[in-house]
Design a protein around this ligand. Structure first.
Ligand code: AMP
Ligand code: MN
Ligand code: MN
Ligand code: MN
Length: 284
């Protein structure tokens, strides 16, 4: 008789958020949830902060799941705000510590300006509310969207972005994020791999994406998120082709923030196409 061994499936999720930025779960509860969802390797990648990593790592070690320290840095490229995930970073790397401190100040100042713009629209109380909601964590537009929702100024988070918070809308505050080249260098300087997050969300033309990938490679970037939540097979094929053409490794991440959307869940993402080099092979 054939001896059938149980197959241990590895489930990677290398992009998600905790209360250290705009996620709903504490780093500890996020890691516990990841394990419940069958994730075997998790990277926590909060916006512009490493504050959640120590607790997440400790929790992951205590329950036996692999943990990759990460971050999602906001960057500027050709007037676009691009998100760059750093994987396998040393959170104590001094330039990274300095830039995250700077970004916390920048985000705080931006948040005051967003609140002022909302006041001009006769929406009051945003500043106190988002500060309380963010606590010690990074203040993001998600906090404003949640405030607008809770005060019934909008019916959905999407509407908050469409009416107030999105680029060019009434409470949008342009922000000078660090240049892409510097962001890639901070990540690689911290011993990490730089990965372009959700590459199709920036609505760049094919010509611009190619220009971006060329430059990103020349700055020392390693990978691109081939798999994100809510991506269809055509999109996967397209991004996989970019990865192949530009010799970038592929990453996979749900970008999980909270449990309000059943289609976005830790570990609940498509498989990386077999033709693509997985970023985790470069990490080990
Ligand atoms: P920030 O980094 O403060 O500009 O906030 C960006 C965050 O807002 C993203 O990471 C998303 O979590 C969230 N976000 C951006 N656009 C939308 C949208 N259209 N609907 C819902 N959330 C969004
Ligand atoms: Mn976010
Ligand atoms: Mn992002
Ligand atoms: Mn994200």
């Amino acid at each position: 008789m054939m001896n059938i061994q149980p197959v241990m499936t590895e489930v990677y999720d290398l992009h998600c958020h905790s209360t250290a930025s705009d996620g709903a779960f504490t780093p500890e509860n996020l890691v516990l949830r990841a394990q419940q969802q069958g994730v075997t390797t998790l990277a926590l990648t909060d916006h512009d902060t490493v504050a959640g990593l120590a607790v997440a790592k400790k929790t992951a070690e205590s329950i036996g799941i692999n943990f990759i320290p990460g971050i999602e840095l906001s960057s500027n490229w050709q007037k676009n705000c691009l998100h760059i995930v750093g994987l396998g970073i040393d959170p104590t790397y001094q330039p990274l510590v300095e830039i995250t401190d700077h970004l916390q100040t920048l985000r705080y100042e931006r948040c005051e300006k967003i609140a002022e713009k909302l006041e001009k629209k006769r929406i009051f109380g945003a500043l106190e509310s988002v500060k309380a909601a963010a606590g010690d964590g990074m203040i993001t537009r998600t906090h404003f969207a949640d405030f607008l929702l809770s005060q019934k100024h909008v019916d959905t988070q999407q509407e908050a972005f469409d009416r107030y918070l999105g680029q060019g809308k009434s409470a949008f505050v342009p922000t000078i994020w660090p240049e892409l080249e510097a962001v890639v260098k901070w990540i690689t300087g911290a011993g990490g791999m730089a990965v372009i997050a959700h590459p199709l969300r920036y609505k760049l033309s094919a010509k611009y994406i190619k220009r971006l990938l060329n430059e990103f490679k020349s700055f020392g970037g390693h990978g691109i998120e081939v798999i994100t939540s809510r991506i269809n097979q055509d999109e996967i094929r397209l991004v996989a082709k970019y990865a192949k053409d530009f010799e970038l490794a592929g990453s996979v991440g749900s970008d999980f923030h909270n449990d309000s959307n059943p289609y976005v869940e830790l570990g609940r993402i498509a498989q990386l196409p077999l033709t693509i080099t997985p970023i985790w092979e470069l990490l080990s």
